[in-house]
Design a protein around this ligand. Structure first.
Ligand SMILES: [Zn+2]
Length: 289
């Protein structure tokens, strides 16, 4: 029996995603083009295809070096001085994240610096992106985020914090919490930005997650700035209220399979609806000022 074209395309696509997760980029690219030649519409899986292409092009152009037990760097320009400087920023970032979240890294973080901005025009994110691979926690940064003296430190802290959250919560943290922790870590635990304008559109954790997950929001725009600041502020408030240990316990409970609202109740010894009600009051007050 022959597979229908649709079934064949779906199989190739599934294979492409699996190979990408295994960081086997040559094979992933081949499976992706097999999916397209079996009739997969080009608009489908646009991001997956672009990620495979950008990461593969980077791998072909770049060298990979081990910087520490927890960190590997994959980058085009590896003059010793540049590598030492970038490596120092990245190593410090992973130490800061380890300390902030008390993460035990099950595998190294692979920091991939894409050398050509035209390869990553699709990236719809604050700095770059993070994805768990089978034997690495991979952080991909476009050239705009990898500037020494620019946002490199913030970008490393933010994306490596996502890696830490993924490890602790096993990929189950709600989006607002995941982003909130990344912003909180990136801002050295200070309040991050202005939340005026958040009420009433982003007045619940679910509304905030929905806005951060959606592709409708322009990331350069004011709404994005408000959402990131708000998520960071919420996490900071909880860290101050319950202590960082409660925050860590919350992530670990989520990672053990508890629904996040119930896990919050157990870690902070108060119901989440009460916390959400307080947030709403804070947002209304911020609007009045
Ligand atoms: Zn983020």
């Amino acid at each position: 029996m022959r597979l229908t074209r649709d079934a064949a395309a779906a199989l190739h696509l599934q294979m492409a995603e699996r190979l990408w997760r295994e960081d086997r980029l040559e094979q992933a690219a081949a499976a992706m083009s097999a999916a397209f030649s079996s009739g997969l519409p080009a608009s489908h899986q646009f991001d997956l295809q672009r990620m495979i292409d950008a990461e593969l092009a980077t791998r072909r152009r770049c060298v990979r070096v081990r910087l520490s037990e927890e960190l590997e760097l994959e980058a085009a320009s590896l003059q010793p001085a540049w590598r030492t400087a970038v490596g120092a920023v990245a190593c410090q970032a992973i130490r800061d994240v380890t300390r902030a979240l008390d993460v035990r890294w099950p595998m190294p973080v692979l920091l991939t610096l894409v050398p050509d901005s035209s390869w990553v025009t699709f990236v719809h994110a604050r700095y770059g992106y993070f994805a768990t691979r089978s034997d690495r926690l991979k952080v991909v940064l476009p050239p705009s985020s990898a500037q020494l003296g620019g946002v490199l430190r913030s970008a490393c802290l933010h994306e490596i914090a996502h890696a830490g959250v993924a490890v602790m919560a096993q990929g189950r943290a709600p989006r607002w919490l995941d982003e909130g922790i990344a912003v909180w870590v990136e801002s050295d635990s200070r309040p991050a930005g202005d939340i005026v304008g958040a009420w009433p559109r982003f007045a619940s954790a679910d509304a905030l997650s929905g806005a951060l997950e959606g592709h409708a929001m322009s990331l350069d725009g004011r709404d994005a700035a408000i959402c990131y600041a708000l998520a960071g502020r919420m996490v900071q408030t909880e860290a101050l209220r319950g202590g960082v240990a409660a925050l860590q316990g919350w992530l670990l409970r989520i990672g053990a399979g508890e629904p996040w609202r119930r896990a919050y109740g157990r870690a902070f010894r108060r119901p989440f609806w009460r916390t959400e009600r307080e947030w709403r009051r804070t947002l209304r007050e911020a609007r009045r000022r």
